[in-house]
Structure formats: structure tokens, C-alpha cells
Design a binder for this molecule. Structure first.
Ligand code: SF4
Ligand code: SF4
Length: 354
């Protein structure tokens, strides 16, 4: 690998100044909750980072995850980080088709055995031997197993790959499952979201480039730095929640004044993601800022957890009185709902296994 293949050279070629690069490293360190003393280390590691081979497999998905990533942030440094990886196989982005595409995948696997990163978006159908989704005559199930064998690590991008997502929603006609339900002997990082936040995907890639390993994960294999807190924890509407000031409809006075969207079904209290801080469209906004409650798209089984416009307290308390109670008890509901979410998920998983 020559010096020409390092990220430093690539950044210089694209006219990124040293100052701009250091700003990016500082933002990356802060996003990853690392101390300022780590900034020079991140800079040095990123500058000399070589091009890792990446094989990206898209299974039962809508291409939303790829759209999310590719439509954002170019030509910023985040975009260049994505460009810096050697994307050796990706249905949507590759020029090759048919046999040539499959040969490229096989060549990348062969040449980078044990070293390449496998990125997956979409769930894997396993009912009826996986016949519901095939690529080049091979079922998603077989392709995942084949490519995972030689991968150094796997990044499950999007809620479908991380938890099964929409294809797994009841009644799950294709028997969709998450990557981690099939591959159990490789390090897997889940980057859920429907779609996931582009800066979170590039943040995971930047961490891998800088440190040669995946970031620290939580019990659902999500990077703690991005998924360590709920939307509710960091929501700018939180003071209204604490004061019991809730919008009752999407066009009432409360909505116009920016009050809390809890009664309109916001799932922020039980959703772990970075939307409230990283935001979308280059930090422009996120759903709650646009006046719509969080739908909890980065949590397991979010499609099956009740209506998007149903207040969480309905599930917890089972009646409209519950909503009133939630309005009265403020923050306590968030904590209870967050705790309840985990146990409800565990129950749902157990139910599915039966
Ligand atoms: S997680 Fe959402 S955006 Fe990504 S593939 Fe699934 S449905 Fe599409
Ligand atoms: S319930 Fe939703 S809108 Fe209200 S503070 Fe929490 S995250 Fe924000």
C-alpha cells in the first residue's frame, strides 16, 4: 500500500485544508465523547489510514439506507471518508452488472480474506429456504453466510439489517431476520434507523479507520457514543414536557408554540438515537423540530409497537386517563417508558421464539 492510498493524500487532492481537517477531527472526537487530548491521535490515525475493502450487500430493503448516506454531506470530509473506503461491491452504486459484478465480489473476498468490512442493509428472508430474495441466483441467506466467512467485521446498516425492520413486521411473510440472527461468530455493529443518520454511519467508519476496531457497543450492539441516550434525553422540547405542556393536535396553539409532542405519539422517551444532536440534512433539523413526533425507527420491532400517533402512556396505562397522568407526572413517564421499552422488547422477543 503506497502513501498515495492514505486518507491524507485524498483530502489534500480535494482541497481540504489542514485547519478544516482538524475541525473535523475535533467534531469526530466530540461526537464520540472522546477527550480533546485524543484529537491529535485521531488526526494522525485518520491521515495515515489506508483504504479498507468494503463489500456492501443489500437484501430485503428499500434502498433508503444507501440514499441516506449518498445524498448527504458530499463533498464534505464525511463524504470523503465514505469515498475513501474501497467499495468493491454495492448493487446500487457499482457500474458492473451481472457476472462482472459477482466476479468483483469474489475477487474482493479472495484478495482481502479476513480483512474486509462487510456492510449489510436489509433483512434476510429465511422462510422456504430463503427463496423470497435472491441475487445472481443465490439466496440472500447463502450470500450472507459466504461473504461473512472472510469478513473482519460486519456493520448492519438500517433497522432492517439490525433487527429485521419492516420486512419482519407481523405477519412477517418471508421469515425475515436480522444479520445477527444468522451470523454469530463475527463482530457485528448495528447502526439502526429507518434510515440511519449518515453521520452516524460515517462516524462508525471513521472510528474503524482511526482505531482499526469497532466502537464500544451497547447490549443491542449499537455504538454507545451515538445510541447511549434517548431522543427525549436530548430533546429541546423537554422543558415543555417537564412543565406538562403538550400539543393536543398538530395544529393547536401548543403545536404552534413548540410544546411537547408526547400526546401526539412521540416515541422519543423510548428511542435511543442521535437525531436530536446530529440532526439530518447537514445538521438542519430532525422530525421533532419539524413538528412531528419521533416514530422510534431505530428500536427493534418499531412497526409492531402500536400506532405512530398513539401516546406511549396508552400502551403503559391502557386508557386516555393514562395520557392525563403522563401529563401530570412529567419526566417520570420518560424513565418508566424507557425501562418498560426494554422489558417489552424482551417479552416480544420471547413471544416470537415460542
Ligand atoms: S431500515 Fe428503513 S430505510 Fe433502511 S432499508 Fe429498512 S426500510 Fe429502508
Ligand atoms: S416526548 Fe418527544 S417531543 Fe416531548 S420532550 Fe420527549 S422527545 Fe421531545
Amino acid at each position: 500500500m503506497s502513501d498515495k492510498d492514505t486518507l491524507a493524500v485524498r483530502l489534500r487532492e480535494h482541497g481540504i485544508s489542514r485547519r478544516g481537517f482538524m475541525k473535523f477531527c475535533a467534531a469526530t472526537a466530540s461526537m464520540m465523547a472522546l477527550p480533546a487530548s485524543m484529537i491529535p491521535r485521531i488526526a494522525a490515525a485518520l491521515e495515515s489510514a489506508k483504504r479498507p475493502s468494503v463489500i456492501w450487500l443489500s437484501f430485503q430493503e428499500c434502498t433508503g439506507c444507501t440514499e441516506s448516506l449518498t445524498r448527504s454531506h458530499t463533498p464534505t470530509i464525511e463524504g470523503l471518508i465514505f469515498d475513501h473506503i474501497s467499495l468493491d461491491y454495492h448493487h446500487t452504486l457499482q457500474a458492473a452488472a451481472g457476472d462482472a459484478a459477482e466476479q468483483a465480489r469474489e475477487a474482493a473476498m479472495h484478495e482481502n480474506q479476513g480483512k474486509y468490512l462487510l456492510v449489510v442493509d436489509g433483512s434476510i428472508p429465511i422462510r422456504d429456504n430463503g427463496i423470497y430474495s435472491t441475487i445472481a441466483g443465490m439466496t440472500n441467506l447463502d450470500m450472507l453466510k459466504e461473504v461473512a466467512k472472510g469478513a473482519a467485521a460486519i456493520v448492519s446498516v438500517g433497522t432492517c439489517a439490525a433487527y429485521g425492520g419492516l420486512p419482519k413486521a407481523d405477519p412477517n411473510p418471508t421469515g425475515a431476520v436480522a444479520v445477527s440472527e444468522i451470523i454469530t461468530d463475527k463482530p457485528i455493529v448495528n447502526v439502526p434507523g429507518c434510515p440511519p443518520i449518515p453521520t452516524v454511519i460515517t462516524g462508525v467508519l471513521a472510528h474503524y479507520l482511526a482505531f482499526g476496531r469497532l466502537p464500544e457497543l451497547d447490549e443491542l450492539n449499537r455504538p454507545k457514543v451515538f445510541f447511549g441516550q434517548t431522543i427525549h434525553d436530548r430533546c429541546y422540547r423537554r422543558p415543555f414536557y417537564e412543565r406538562g405542556q403538550f400539543a393536543e393536535t398538530f395544529d393547536d396553539e401548543g403545536a404552534r408554540k413548540g410544546w411537547c409532542l408526547f400526546k401526539l405519539g412521540c416515541k422519543g422517551p423510548i428511542t435511543y438515537n442521535a437525531c436530536a444532536t446530529a440532526k439530518w440534512n447537514e445538521g438542519t433539523s430532525f422530525p421533532i423540530e419539524a413538528g412531528h413526533g419521533c416514530i422510534g425507527c431505530s428500536e427493534p420491532a418499531f412497526w409492531d409497537k402500536g400506532g405512530f400517533y398513539e401516546a406511549l402512556s396508552k400502551g403503559t396505562h391502557g386508557s386516555a386517563e393514562g395520557i392525563a397522568m403522563a401529563a401530570g407526572i412529567g419526566a417520570a413517564v420518560g424513565v418508566a417508558a424507557a425501562l418498560g421499552s426494554r422489558s417489552r422488547q424482551a417479552q416480544a422477543d420471547r413471544k416470537e421464539e415460542v
